[in-house]
Design a protein around this ligand. Structure first.
Ligand code: UDP
Ligand code: MG
Length: 319
C-alpha cells in the first residue's frame, strides 16, 4: 500500500468529513444540515465525502438531491455492492482533500457540534482524536459487551482509551492516509495509528439514539471483533517473521516428544521392557504436531518474503 493515499488532482481543503453509509436515506438531509450549521460559521473550508456502501434504499438518490442543493461541498461515491464500513472509510479517506479528516457515522448518532472541540484537540498536537461516547444511547446488549471489549483492547494494545470503535474521529491528514483499513479493521483504527507511532487521545462526544433505520451490526460483531484482535496482535508481532511464533511452538512440542520418548528409550535399554503407553502415543503426536508447526512457520516466511508490497513503515513527515 502506498504511503500517501490520495488522488493527485484534488483541491486543498481545511477539513474533510468522511461519512460511510449503508441504507441511511432518511438521516442524510438532517446530517448534512447539522454539519453545515456547525461548519459554515466556523471559518474553515470543508467538504463532506459521502461513501454509499451499496445501499438499496435509495440513499444515493438522496445524495444526488443534496449535491444539487449544497454543490461542491459534497463529494459522493457509491459502491457497486455492500463492502463493509472499513472499505467505505478507506475509500472516503482516499478521496479526502482536507488537512484534517473527520470520520462520522451517517445515522445521526454522532453530533457534528462536537467537531470544533475535536479540532482544538488536534491543534494541541495530537495526530488522532477519537470520540468517546461517555453517555451512550444504545441498547444494553450492545453497551455491556462493548465495555468488556474496550477494556480488553486497551489491555492488549497498550493504548488507554475508553471507546475504540466510536465512528466519530478526527485525524491529521497523514495519520488518516497512512492507515491500512480493510476487512473489519475499522474497530481498531486508534490501535493501528498508535502502533504506527502516531499520538492518539480521546474527547468525550455527545451521542444520540438512532432515529431512523436500524443498526447494521448484529451479535456477530463480538466474534468478529475477537478474531480481528488476535489477527492484529499476531500481525503486529510476527508479520515480519512468522517462524518466530510457529517455530517456537513447534520446537516446544518436539522437545516434549523427544523428552518423553527418550525417557522410555532409557527404560527400554535398562530393563528390556518396551511398552506402548498412552504417554508414548501422546509424545509421538506432539512431535508430529511440532513438525507441522515449523512447516506452517516456513510457509508463513515464504508468504512474507513474496509480499514486499505490504506496508512495513509509515512516514510521518517529509522535507
Ligand atoms: N455502515 C456502512 N457499511 C456497513 C455497515 C454500516 O457504511 O456495511 C455505516 C452505517 O450506515 C453507519 C455507520 O457505518 O453510518 C455505523 O453503523 P451502525 O450505526 O449500524 O453501527 P452502530 O452504531 O450500531 O455500532
Ligand atoms: Mg449507529
Amino acid at each position: 500500500m502506498s504511503q500517501e493515499k490520495s488522488t493527485a488532482l484534488e483541491n486543498k481543503m481545511d477539513i474533510s468529513i468522511v461519512v460511510p453509509l449503508y441504507n441511511e436515506k432518511e438521516s442524510l438531509p438532517y446530517l448534512m444540515k447539522a454539519i453545515s450549521e456547525t461548519l459554515d460559521p466556523y471559518g474553515k473550508s470543508y467538504e463532506v465525502v459521502f461513501v454509499d456502501d451499496g445501499s438499496s434504499d435509495g440513499s444515493f438518490d438522496e445524495l444526488r438531491a443534496l449535491h444539487k442543493t449544497y454543490g461542491p461541498k459534497i463529494k459522493a461515491m457509491r459502491f457497486s455492492r455492500n463492502s463493509g464500513k472499513s472499505a467505505a472509510l478507506n475509500a472516503g479517506i482516499y478521496h479526502a482533500a482536507g488537512d484534517i479528516i473527520i470520520t462520522m457515522d451517517a445515522d445521526l448518532q454522532d453530533d457534528p457540534a462536537a467537531i470544533p472541540d475535536m479540532i482544538t484537540k488536534l491543534e494541541e498536537g495530537w495526530d488522532l482524536v477519537s470520540g468517546w461516547k461517555k453517555v451512550r444511547y444504545d441498547p444494553i446488549g450492545k453497551t455491556l459487551p462493548s465495555k468488556v471489549w474496550n477494556a480488553l483492547t486497551s489491555f492488549f494494545s497498550g493504548l488507554k482509551l475508553h471507546d475504540f470503535n466510536c465512528g466519530f474521529k478526527a485525524y491529521r491528514r497523514d495519520a488518516a492516509k497512512s492507515l491500512d483499513i480493510y476487512g473489519e479493521r475499522h474497530r481498531y483504527l486508534p490501535v493501528l495509528a498508535h502502533w504506527d507511532g502516531y499520538s492518539v487521545t480521546e474527547v468525550a462526544v455527545p451521542h444520540h439514539p438512532r432515529q431512523f433505520g436500524k443498526s447494521k451490526f448484529g451479535a456477530g460483531r463480538m466474534f468478529n471483533g475477537a478474531m480481528d484482535m488476535i489477527t492484529l496482535l499476531f500481525l503486529k508481532h510476527y508479520l515480519k517473521s512468522p517462524l518466530h511464533f510457529f517455530g517456537l511452538v513447534g520446537l516446544i512440542l518436539i522437545l516434549v516428544g523427544v523428552g518423553v520418548l527418550g525417557y522410555f528409550g532409557v527404560v527400554w535399554a535398562m530393563t528390556g521392557l518396551m511398552r506402548i503407553r498412552p504417554l508414548t502415543i501422546l509424545a509421538l503426536g506432539s512431535m508430529i504436531m511440532g513438525i507441522q508447526f515449523i512447516s506452517i512457520g516456513l510457509i508463513g516466511e515464504m508468504i512474507t518474503h513474496s509480499q514486499q508490497t505490504r506496508k512495513q513503515f509509515s512516514i510521518r513527515e517529509k522535507l
